[in-house]
Design a protein around this ligand. Sequence first.
Ligand code: TRP
Ligand code: SF4
Length: 327
Amino acid sequence: MKRVLTGYRPTGRLHLGHYHGNIEHMLKLQNEYECFFFIADWHALTTDYENPENIAEYTREMIIDWLAAGIDPDKAAIYRQSDVREVSELALYFGMISPLGWLERNPTYKEQLRELKERHLQTYGFLGYPVLQAADILIVKGEIVPVGEDQLPHLELTREIARRFNFLYGEYFKEPQALLSETPRVPGIDGRKMSKSYGNAIFLSDAPDVIRNKVSAMFTDPRRIYLKDPGHPEECPVFALHKLYSAKRFNEIEKLCKNAEIGCTDCKKELGERLVEFLQPFQKKREEVLSRENVVSKVLKSGLEKVIPIAREVISDVHDLMGLKKI
Ligand code: TRP
Ligand code: SF4
């Protein structure tokens, strides 16, 4: 069975954008492959090293949401990066063989430097972000890596690092493949891409009234000022969400909107109810998860038990290949 590995930086609760982009994909993969799903808390530190105090809580929230969404610790190994010290050792060896040019040329790195200008990111750790990511993947010999498009340059670097290691010390690591998921466009309440940092997200754990309020505050087609103005559903974020949650009705809604036969207030009310229904099983499961004692530490412990033997073996092979521990 092939190995699938993916990591999330701990950013706290999951929202609908995460769900459709990645979680749905992981739910499928966990039935078909040997899966490793981990929280990349060291990666969070590369940008948030000045305020590391939230990372543990965000890790916890994310794991609870994974479990509530149906990620199954009996199928997938769920663990935290910083619990696997072998990752840091492998990253150190990879750091020795990664030319600076590769890292400085990485488009994701350059873009992030530009976007997060307010933080001081001219650090060794931040430049080495993809080196650490290569260690995450190769410490369990991950073969398939489900990621978003923004991660492709990082994955390419992992492949280059694997090749360089093999060239220097002997054929050992396989080059992992990226697996892109088909992600529908999930707009947030202001119509921009849903993202925690934009403050426009609907979280999987939002209570029904919170969901209703958020939906009622959503932006709509700006050209529809009066009820009698025909709408342009394709330009309306409310309609984009209807497409995802109102399978039986969205054709109808499209017509009603174009013919000015439904008002935006009613249209949003309807969407609010669909979303409350959609998230209800998740919220039920979440309560069940939270009722289990020490659920997060138990899950992390069982995940770690699956990862550690593999990680130790890889490190021991690496020592042999490099001839490090001969004495
Ligand atoms: N860089 C990834 C992101 O920002 C997170 C990540 C860290 C990751 N290590 C990984 C993803 C290994 C896939 C494989 O989303
Ligand atoms: Fe958007 Fe619905 Fe209003 Fe049409 S009726 S503009 S789809 S909110």
